[in-house]
Design a protein around this ligand. Structure first.
Ligand SMILES: Nc1ncnc2c1ncn2[C@@H]1O[C@H](COP(=O)(O)OP(=O)(O)OP(=O)(O)O)[C@@H](O)[C@H]1O
Ligand SMILES: [Mg+2]
Length: 475
């Protein structure tokens, strides 16, 4: 199977570097081998033309029967080939062997090859089955014969092969060294890019959705002449914009919170006044028409509800602003007993079941706020379930945490409401809620109070069983 090419920039750069060097080595190798071969062949040709067919010409005498007439091998190199052609046919052929001539038995193919060499005095490379590769020249002799002289090519081939082997070893080593050094060099050069990536990842991991966010400082790699510097500059600009936007969002959230806090604070006095006036009008001793009396009762009830709403809003605004809470030991056992007593009085039709440990359990926190949170859960279990529902309040403690769960066997919270039930003004039935006086702030207050205590709140609800569980750290 073919390995896929490297994907990282580092791998690609290193591979490209090595591939380019390999191409350059191949070019140099081929050029030098060809040049050396050309040079050596030229020298061989010079040697052949210097011999001028003397050895081949002397073969004519060798053909005579007297044994003394040997061919003239003086000054001829070992393995020199001599051949004589008459009328296009090879009549004699010999090689110099140990400074004397040795008659050659040529095959028909070799005879053909030799006969085909043009008699122009230029060197030609031929392959003879009896001798191997040879460089030959052919010239005309005195008596209309053609004289062929040849020298073996194998020293030339050997020298060229030797050069090729040396070059292959050298270039191979150069490629390995370049690969390793290149990889290190590329890694070092790309280090700033890693810083950019790390910074981008760091920002991506920040909880940008809300709250005050400490953005990391700008990147040091900002040299506009380098690509990495350009990326760094662009990222710094982007981070600047993001920080700017976050600061503005934070400020606008802050203003909104402040507005909610101010508005609810300002509303408290007029609402209290309305309520006071309604109450004193209701206490008026004289006879009041029934309709007016009813209207006054409605004003009293609605202003009570409005007082509660304004108080809830103010509390939420304060919790949002991160106002520090009280931090004293709170006896949760006592707190739950009191809250259940209140709930029992308000909802005598429900069955209130307590499951408390023997020992009193305390957590550090704000007693008033915790009482309010547990009270809200009990109020929900009372108001959103029919009479006869059993509500169980369980307190459990381990060395690290304390958990309070309020569980009822009522109809449960609709599935689609469960994920947002801790949001503000979220309630199942708006039309009905308005008449029962519910606002949908109860659970958001529980959530805000528990979160301010570094605790968590979970909900598990299905028809027939709804459980809210608060977990508070003990330190
Ligand atoms: N134990 C429960 N059983 C069934 N539904 C519940 C229960 N507790 C809460 N809910 C649903 O969750 C909604 C939100 O509760 P939340 O306490 O926030 O507001 P609320 O009770 O409607 O109003 P508020 O508490 O401000 O008077 C409720 O309106 C109700 O539909
Ligand atoms: Mg409620």
């Amino acid at each position: 199977m073919r390995r896929p090419p490297p994907r990282t920039l580092r791998g690609q750069l290193t591979a490209g570097l090595v591939a380019l060097l390999a191409l350059a080595c191949l070019g140099v190798g081929i050029t030098t081998a060809l040049a050396l071969r050309g040079f050596l062949l030229g020298r061989l040709d010079d040697q052949l033309s210097a011999s001028g067919g003397r050895f081949a010409a002397s073969l004519e005498h060798e053909a005579r029967p007297d044994a003394d007439n040997r061919a003239d091998t003086r000054g001829q190199a070992e393995s020199t080939l001599g051949a004589r052609l008459l009328n296009g046919r090879v009549t004699q052929a010999a090689v110099v062997d140990d400074a004397t001539d040795r008659h050659l038995r040529l095959t028909d193919g070799d005879r053909h090859t030799l006969a085909a060499v043009p008699a122009d005095g230029h060197g030609r490379s031929v392959r003879l089955s009896t001798l191997g590769a040879y460089r030959v020249t052919a010239v005309y002799g005195d008596d209309q014969d053609i004289l062929i002289t040849g020298l073996p090519l194998h020293p030339v081939e050997e020298t060229v092969h030797r050069l090729e082997a040396v070059e292959a070893a050298l270039f191979g080593a150069a490629l390995v060294v370049t690969g390793i050094a290149g990889a290190v060099w590329v890694r070092v050069s790309l280090r700033p890019l890693q810083r950019v990536t790390a910074r981008a990842a760091e920002v991506a991991g920040l909880p940008l959705a809300s709250g005050e966010i400490a953005m990391p400082g700008p990147l040091p790699d900002t040299d506009p002449r380098t690509e990495v510097g350009q990326v760094g500059t662009a990222l710094n600009h982007m981070l600047g914009h993001v920080e700017d936007a976050l600061t503005r969002r934070q400020a606008s959230e802050e203003r909104l919170r402040q507005f909610a806090a101010d508005a609810s604070h300002e509303l408290r006095t007029p609402v209290a006044n309305i309520r006071g006036h309604a109450e004193s009008a209701l206490r008026h001793p004289g006879t009041v028409p029934g309709e007016v009396h009813h209207a006054l009762e409605r004003i009293d009830a609605e202003s009570q509800r409005m007082t509660r709403l304004v108080d809830d809003l103010l509390l939420l605004a304060r919790l949002d602003a991160g106002r520090p809470l009280e931090h004293e030991p709170v006896d949760l056992t006592l707190l739950i007993l009191n809250a259940t007593d209140d709930a029992r009085a308000a909802g005598p039709g429900h069955h209130w079941v307590l499951d408390l440990p023997e020992e009193p359990v305390t957590v550090p926190g704000d007693a008033h706020r915790l009482q309010q949170a547990i009270g809200n859960l009990l109020a929900n279990a009372r108001t959103h379930t029919p009479p006869g529902t059993e509500v169980t309040i369980t307190l459990a403690a381990d060395p690290a945490d304390v958990s309070v769960s309020v569980s009822d066997d009522g109809p449960g919270i609709p599935e689609e409401l469960q994920s947002e039930v801790f949001g503000r003004f979220v309630r199942a039935d708006h039309a009905r809620s308005r008449s029962t006086g519910s606002t949908g702030l109860g659970l958001s207050i529980v959530h805000a109070v528990i979160t301010a205590h570094d605790g968590i709140i979970t909900l598990d609800s299905s028809p027939g069983r709804t459980t809210f569980r608060l977990t508070l750290p003990r330190r």
